[in-house]
Design a protein around this ligand. Structure first.
Ligand SMILES: [Zn+2]
Length: 338
């Protein structure tokens, strides 16, 4: 029997032995085999040279088990629902204002993910009530991302973050106001998918969760959302941040369906292109400036203020667009990722 055949035989046989062998006969355990997914020397070394198919319990060669990051497969919309179900509600005072050390820890997690130091990042997440998992999105052609999410039960309300594995995109999509801007995490997720964006950032608390306003991720700097935002900017000049908000058409009579805001610097060109393309699709759009739509322009937005290089676009969507964002997504795909 060739070495490879022995190895295959052992791999097939072991589950049977594990189920029926007496307890006194230890066999290599399943986690060891998972840590060495390829048919390798340590696996063959467990096979006795005797004709008996039963593997000898000794000698047991040392097997280095790499620190593993859990893999999870599902539809990303379920992760959005998980966040929305567990996020601190208005006036609950359940959003925890992070310390300097906690802000730094999440920056380090993002940098670790970007550098491929995933086991270290996962360990750091673990120490902060979070988990880092390798997530396969069934709703997006099995696309793979690192998913950073709070462990249940939620005790912090710090948000959920995805980083697309192997991405070359410069697009970062953000939803800082879950629950309050109803449906915006789902729109942001759809944009993350449609643009094959580099990162998706969803804040983890209703903006009025704390009575002092500290849970409002778009207007307070001391949030994990802001720490992850800053760490996600990279060093290049090409980053494009799309931040998704929602407003009530009933409370904004005579406003368009979409209001686009920016710093009017670098973002002016893409914003004007977006506006033209939206208009071309029959979507009513307004561009901030000259005092128009001012309450929806994100003028005090802290993420906008911390985009040093690149472009920040603030998108306010009424209910009709949040309910059916297909036209918006098609325009974003056309203009942002030409
Ligand atoms: Zn908002």
């Amino acid at each position: 029997m060739k070495t490879g055949e022995v190895a295959v035989f052992v791999l097939l046989l072991l589950p049977v032995l594990a189920g029926c062998a007496p307890p006194a006969t230890p066999v290599p355990t399943a986690p060891v085999r998972r840590a060495t997914p390829t048919i390798s020397a340590p696996a063959t070394a467990t096979v006795s040279p005797s004709p008996s198919p039963r593997p000898s319990p000794t000698p047991s060669p040392p097997v280095t088990v790499q620190a593993e990051v859990r893999a999870l497969r599902g539809n990303l919309s379920n992760q959005i629902a998980r966040l929305e179900q567990n996020a601190p509600r208005a006036n609950s005072n359940r959003f925890v204002v992070p310390s300097d050390a906690e802000m730094a820890a999440f920056s380090a997690i993002v940098r670790g993910v970007e550098r491929g130091e995933v086991a270290r990042a996962a360990h750091l997440a673990e120490r902060n009530g979070y988990e880092l998992v390798r997530y396969t999105d069934r709703g997006d052609g099995q696309a793979e991302s690192w998913l950073l999410r709070e462990r249940k039960p939620f005790r912090r309300g710090w948000g959920m973050y995805l980083f697309r594995i192997g991405s070359r995109s410069q697009v970062v999509v953000e939803a800082p106001h879950p629950l309050f801007d109803a449906g915006t995490p789902a729109v942001a997720m759809a944009a993350y998918r449609a643009l094959q964006a580099r990162a998706l950032l969803v804040a983890g608390a209703q903006r009025h969760a704390n009575r002092d306003g500290s849970a409002d991720a778009a207007h307070h700097r001391r949030t994990i959302f802001q720490a992850v935002h800053r760490a996600s900017m990279g060093t290049g000049e090409d980053v494009v941040v799309l931040q998704i908000h929602g407003f009530s058409a009933a409370h904004h009579a005579a406003y368009p369906q979409v209001v686009l805001g920016s710093d009017h610097g670098r973002a002016a060109t893409p914003v004007n292109e977006l506006a033209a393309a939206l208009t071309g699709r029959g979507i009513r759009v307004g561009v901030c400036g000259r005092g128009l739509w001012e309450d929806l322009c994100g003028t005090k937005n802290v993420q906008a203020a911390s985009v040093q290089n690149g472009v920040f676009i603030h998108l306010e969507l009424d209910e009709s667009i949040r309910h059916d964002p297909r036209g918006l997504l098609a325009v974003l795909a056309q203009v942002i990722v030409p």
